[in-house]
Design a protein around this ligand. Sequence first.
Ligand code: SAM
Ligand code: SF4
Length: 461
Amino acid sequence: MPLSAELEVTLEMVKRYNRPGPRYTSYPTVPTWKEGEFSEDYATCLHEEGQNDQPISLYVHIPFCRQLCTFCGCNKFITNKQEIVERYLTSLDHEISGVAERLGSPKKLAEVHFGGGTPTFLNPHQIEMVVEMIVSRFDVQNDGEWAFEADPRVTTMKQLEVLFELGFRRVSFGVQDLDPAIQRAINRNQTVEQSWKTLETARLLGYKSINLDLVYGLPLQTHHGFRKTLEEVNKMRPDRLAVYSFAYLPGMFKTHQRAIREKDLPTPEEKIQIYLEAISFFAEVGYVMIGMDHYALPEDELAIALKNRTLHRNFMGYTTLHNMVQIGAGVSAISDFGDSYWQNPKDLDLYMEETSDNKLIPRRKMCLDKEDQLRRKVIETLMCHGEISIPDFESRYQIDFRNHFEQAWTKLEQFAEEGLVSLSSQKIDLTPVGMLFTRNIAMPFDRYLEEGGSLQFSKTI
Ligand SMILES: C[S@@+](CC[C@H](N)C(=O)[O-])C[C@H]1O[C@@H](n2cnc3c(N)ncnc32)[C@H](O)[C@@H]1O
Ligand code: SF4
């Protein structure tokens, strides 16, 4: 029996496809990257990249949070010690200076994103310090996109004002779920008033784009209950919404996700009902679904990019920007440029100990060969547009698509029998049901998944 009136999705499908799989914010995915010390290689590649005129997109990771949410899968560090924060900012300064030095004479800076953890853990003075580290070393573009993530529980009007004055115009607030029982189950008590107040303050100050994050699949959630959160959130009418699938990885986040009782988690059937509830609700109230887990108002740039087929995907999810040198600064931050990926150490102490005298210290590296680049493009196209034009790929990469992806094609034929894709010699087209399983449909194109059987990913649904 279908689980949804509009979509032919059945419980059998959910059971079959709900298995660990990547979210493909990068391909190849991080666990396949080489581990080691790559200071010299990274410096050389940055120097080479600096010879081009491509603008920079800078991601800065602020790992600190006041309190631990037990569902959290981010790289965060819970503290109230200012000495640690000061030390971290010194390391960050060294790293940003080191990157700018290797790239050469001030490069154009088109995008800045403060992520976390919780960037608004920093006080206004510390926020100004981080911005100064950036603007003193790059050629800041007037029409640049400056964005930050914030937790409404710790974000003050003063911080929002300072960030606005410094040029930030986009903000993303974590909400997750508004039900107090669910909040208790994830150790995140955040009143509806807190969420409203922060959002309204940001709006009054003039922020042009406000995003809210929700999570489905959290302990005690039901689709009936989640509808209430959706209704309240719709009254807030953010420009964008992310509705993430709860990545439950107690093996990886031993210290805190184990505090979540497995018996409190919704069954896979209930979890997909919650997801379907969100999809139909947002369609009803006029949001456009962008890829798997994002929604936007029709006039938002993401919705326009989807329509114009100019949508892209990177470490932060869906984006309208591309062709930039993506630099990540801070603990665990990722850089992506010139067909290579780099990641800083995930351990805060190690990051702070080793980043000194402008030294750069990536601990993971991946250089993409031609085959990786082709597969990355296939996966990104599927995730962003839900379809592949076979002649386009054949002429661009000089391949016979079906022969080249023989094994993947066999899998696609199975998906076609189940109504997830429609296949022809010209096109791979995800059906509306197939869109729910985009991660599964992308997986046959991932040549590392088989080798890395033990790799840790969250379930796809
Ligand atoms: C860095 S946090 C956002 C800012 C701030 N720390 C907060 O929580 O309000 C980024 C977002 O990742 C999502 N997230 C965190 N852990 C997750 C998990 N295990 N599964 C799915 N989404 C998760 C949440 O929606 C969260 O708002
Ligand atoms: S969800 Fe946000 S506030 Fe909570 S621990 Fe994770 S990063 Fe920190």
